[in-house]
Design a binder for this molecule. Structure first.
Ligand code: IMP
Length: 409
């Protein structure tokens, strides 16, 4: 095993906007070339939708690459895991003929996200919404679970087989006093006990496991969750999620060293969407926004909320590329723009408003195209503009939902 291959055995796929860029599809396409597919951070706030043989699969905790029967699946230390959701996903896969348990590895350092975290998230959101300060979280308990982690009051997966009655009772008493929240201790205990039976054997030291796999020349695909502009440090704070969503965050979440990453694929939609509150400089309302939403199927895969829609904003892509060291782009959902008369790309800001470069629309179908040269000239121009402005090659272009509907350059 040479030092070089050990040094560069991982590829990271990172969202560069506000999530929902369609990362699941490139992951699904690349997964068969990798031995390990790893999620690093976040929890069931993520929702990767991928379509295989016309059937839609939505994954929240499991990486979308888990459809490939050969790969080892890692849920990393940076994650907050809601056990009933994980069991549900495992069951769903089983019903589709995929038994994931024998190849599922869950970090003993990952935190358990309890139902009471969801109750706190919901209560916080309700309170803030009254004063117009709601973040618009997915209400999946993410913030409160990371609060516990940072306060060092969280419970990690390494304790999944222990009797947690004492910890949960203490917690329940506190939450009753501080939030007036009733924790159903018995239900929480039951779900942990049930999970321990089914997936207790999957809990392991994934840091050592990943190092071992790398030593034996295995390739690791890092599946980023959420996206750079939702990063707790570098995103549009406070309208962000509670984990580090960048490539650095993924490395921290997995306990991988930086030099192991050979490629960082930055994923961006050919336009832009956002769910929840916060600035969105290139947001468009009215008929154009509605058309993008309908053509792009822009409804939250976790919460079903309609996503806010708008134009691509290059300064955000440049900033994300700077933070993550993107080596190439995957521009997704180009075909959603097929019916647009004019296409706008945000290039800067003047007096609080976006400034745009305008492109003529191509007004014909690019759906399912697999060759760059087949794209209409106007679409090629748009892609080349992104490349030129960011200085990063566009290697993958999504032209539809299905597995093969991708241009690879
Ligand atoms: P939380 O992660 O549930 O706390 O939500 C915080 C913000 O991140 C909200 O605006 C959510 O809509 C957004 N968010 C969290 N996860 C995702 C995702 O996977 N895709 C898109 N937005 C997300």
């Amino acid at each position: 095993m040479s030092g070089t291959s050990l040094a560069s055995s991982a590829v990271a796929v990172i969202g560069t906007q506000w999530g929902d860029e369609g990362k699941g599809k490139i992951i699904d396409m690349l997964a068969e070339k990798f031995d390990v597919i790893a999620r690093a951070c976040g929890g069931a706030n993520a929702g990767h939708t991928i379509v295989v043989n016309g059937v839609k699969h939505v994954f929240r905790l499991l990486p979308s690459g888990c459809l490939h029967a050969h790969a080892e699946i890692v849920l990393g230390s940076g994650m907050v895991i809601h056990l009933p959701t994980l069991l549900e996903e495992i069951e769903l896969l089983k019903a589709a003929g995929i038994d994931i348990i024998p190849r599922l590895r869950i970090s003993h350092e990952a935190h358990i996200l309890f139902d009471f975290h969801k109750l706190i998230d919901g209560a916080n959101e309700d309170d803030k919404t009254k004063t117009g300060k709601g973040i618009g979280t997915t209400r999946r308990g993410i913030g409160p679970a990371y609060c516990d982690k940072a306060a060092r009051t969280g419970i990690r997966m390494e304790r999944v087989s222990e009797d947690l009655r004492g910890d949960l009772s203490e917690r329940a008493a506190l939450l009753k006093r501080t939030h007036g929240i009733d924790v159903d201790i018995e239900a929480e205990l039951q779900s942990v006990t049930h999970a321990a039976k089914l997936i207790g054997s999957c809990v392991t030291d994934t840091v050592t496991l990943l190092a071992d796999r790398r030593k034996s020349d295995k390739k690791v695909l890092i599946e980023g969750a959420q996206a750079t502009m939702l990063d707790i440090d570098h995103g549009t704070y406070p309208y962000v999620t509670s984990s580090a969503t960048t490539v650095a965050g993924a490395l921290q979440g997995l306990g991988l060293p930086p030099q192991c990453v050979s490629q960082v694929i930055g994923v961006a939609k050919a336009y832009c969407t956002r769910v929840g509150s916060g600035d969105f400089l290139t947001e468009v309302s009215g008929a154009t926004g509605d058309r993008l939403r309908e053509r792009g199927g822009e409804y939250g895969s976790v919460t079903k909320r309609p996503r806010r829609c708008g134009w691509l904003h290059l300064p955000d892509l440049k900033r994300s590329a700077m933070i993550n060291g993107c080596t190439c782009w995957n521009i997704t959902k180009l075909d959603v723009l097929d019916t647009e008369e004019m296409i706008f790309v945000g290039v800067g800001e003047y007096q609080g408003k976006a400034t745009y470069k305008e492109f003529s629309g191509w007004k014909c179908s690019t759906a399912g195209m697999t060759a760059f040269d087949d794209l209409p000239m106007e679409a090629q121009k748009l892609i080349l503009f992104i490349e030129q402005e960011t200085g990063i090659p566009v290697r993958y272009i999504g032209t539809g939902q299905g597995r093969g509907e991708m241009i690879v350059r």
